[in-house]
Design a protein around this ligand. Structure first.
Ligand code: NAD
Length: 451
């Protein structure tokens, strides 16, 4: 494969030719991407099965289907988004008009993680194409079958001077980060996010950082217990908990702890059966390192449910741990696996205090019908995005910008937000030449002066 330097220079030159800017080029490229995904669907599902033991149902719902919806939405609205937008002009600027022109940044770099390795490499690409950029994608090396497939698919579909995939691990990623990209879109962990931002700072390249964090699921005393148990179990154990917006820990009102945990066990059984380790629809852990990291948490607190593991398959049962304290190792960082620690609270302010003592989470899920409680949590806890009475669903709406805040990231995407993220919004004032107002010039008298 040609070197990163050559590829980067070719993309820079291609971008300069202006071909990526027309609406037709953008729409055609989005259509081609859609067709390529359709054509490769069976291979995508096979690669995800090999890399993560993902079921066909989950692969379609969380990796492929979500991309079709996004492409369709972007295609439908692109023409409107691309138009320069006329905005108001203050009286002091009489005679002139004001416009905001969205323009592509140029050549974008997209670095993707392994947990939704197909979707998280291509969802940002939709935004990059829609905004008229060239792009290089660096998929995760931890999911090699999916990475290879993405490279093959993009190579087969697009001119590499326009869109390309560079496969590889940390060193490849670092070599790419040495180049002066016009935009960097990174999805991954907090420590690597900091490295990416540091590299980007050397070139003053703007970044979006889609990171992670400890996202709480709070269940208040009045919540619908059965429904909240089902929705939290689904959000936590989909992809075996390896989801950036998975509920990381459960915060239960003390008064409903027992009924909730009973309903939760029942919900897990309904979702994955009595033997999840033998369930073909249950995702496994990506590699041995993460398997060992996760199994080390199993002696934290008290095992309430699950806890069995299979090292050969790298699978861990949906597991619930109670009697957890904030200084237990499982509460130190994002868990990113199918183990759910449970904390309880009696008073809202104490619970809010604990959550706001740790870095701002990517998501927060609150289960209550009480509007005053909803308002209080929304007003007092900062988080990237989330749901009231559900988990994860906010991520699948093109009308809701998706992203983190503080340690969970910066910037956002999905729907129009993706277009905006990959566009520079150029402000232009169009001044009249019919007259000139002298007050701004020194030594002139007030009043209009016709030129
Ligand atoms: P990671 O940070 O280890 O790796 C992400 C990408 O960065 C990979 O392509 C990897 O090759 C590259 N990379 C790794 N180390 C690097 C380095 N030192 N310099 C340059 N590049 C480097 O993340 P991961 O383990 O693949 O993914 C899991 C993390 O991603 C979790 O923290 C999760 O919360 C987060 N995540 C966030 C979102 C989101 O949308 N906010 C989505 C998925 C995952």
């Amino acid at each position: 494969m040609e070197s990163i330097n050559t590829l980067f220079e070719k993309q820079k030159n291609y971008y300069k030719q202006g071909k990526t800017r027309s609406i037709q080029h953008r729409l055609d490229a989005l259509e081609k991407l859609n067709d390529a995904i359709k054509k490769n669907e069976p291979r995508i599902i096979e690669a995800l099965q090999k890399d993560l033991h993902k079921s066909e149902f989950e692969s379609f719902m969380t990796e492929v289907g979500i991309l079709y919806t996004e492409i369709e939405y972007v295609k439908k609205h692109l023409r409107k988004w691309m138009k320069p937008k006329r905005v108001k002009t203050p009286l002091t600027h009489i005679g002139s008009k004001s416009f905001i022109h969205p323009e592509p940044y140029g050549v974008a770099l997209i670095i993707a993680p392994w947990n939704y390795p197909f979707q998280l490499a291509l969802a940002p690409l939709i935004g990059a194409i829609a905004a008229g950029n060239c792009a290089i994608i660096k998929p995760s090396e931890l999911t090699p079958h999916t990475s290879e497939l993405i490279r093959h698919m993009v190579q087969e579909t697009f001119n590499p001077d326009f869109l390309s995939v560079v496969e590889g691990g940390v060193e490849t990623s670092q070599s790419l980060l040495e180049k002066t990209f016009d935009y960097i879109f990174f999805t991954g962990s907090v420590p690597v996010g900091k490295i990416v931002m540091e590299q980007a700072a050397k070139h003053l390249t703007p970044v979006t950082l889609e990171l992670g964090g400890k996202s709480p699921a709070i269940v208040h005393e009045d919540a619908d217990i059965k429904l909240s148990a089902k929705r939290i179990a689904w959000g936590k154990f989909i992809n075996a908990g390896q989801t950036c917006v998975a509920p990381d820990y459960l915060y239960l009102h003390e008064s409903i702890k027992e009924p909730f945990l009973k309903a939760f066990e029942q919900a897990i059984k309904e979702l994955y059966g009595k033997e999840p380790l033998n369930n073909t629809a249950y995702t496994h852990i990506v590699n041995e390192k993460h398997f060992n990291r996760l199994t080390a948490f199993l002696d934290n607190g008290k095992l309430r449910f699950g806890g069995k593991t299979d090292p050969n398959k790298k699978a861990i049962e949906p597991t619930v741990l109670t009697d957890i304290k904030w200084d237990d190792p499982i509460m130190a960082d994002e868990i990113f696996g199918p183990i759910l620690p449970v904390l309880t609270f009696d008073e809202l302010p104490d619970m809010i205090d604990e959550i706001t003592n740790i870095p701002k989470p990517l998501a927060l899920y609150l289960f209550t019908e009480n509007k005053a409680v909803q308002d209080k949590i929304l007003a007092e806890i900062s988080f990237g995005g989330g749901c009231i009475n559900d988990t994860i669903y906010h991520l699948a709406s093109p009308y809701l910008p998706f992203g983190g805040v503080g340690n969970s990231g910066m910037g956002s995407y999905h729907g129009k937000s993706s277009f905006d993220t990959f566009s520079h919004h150029k402000s232009v004032l169009k001044q009249t030449t019919r007259f000139d107002i002298p007050i701004r010039y020194p030594n002139t008298k007030n009043g209009l002066k016709w030129v």
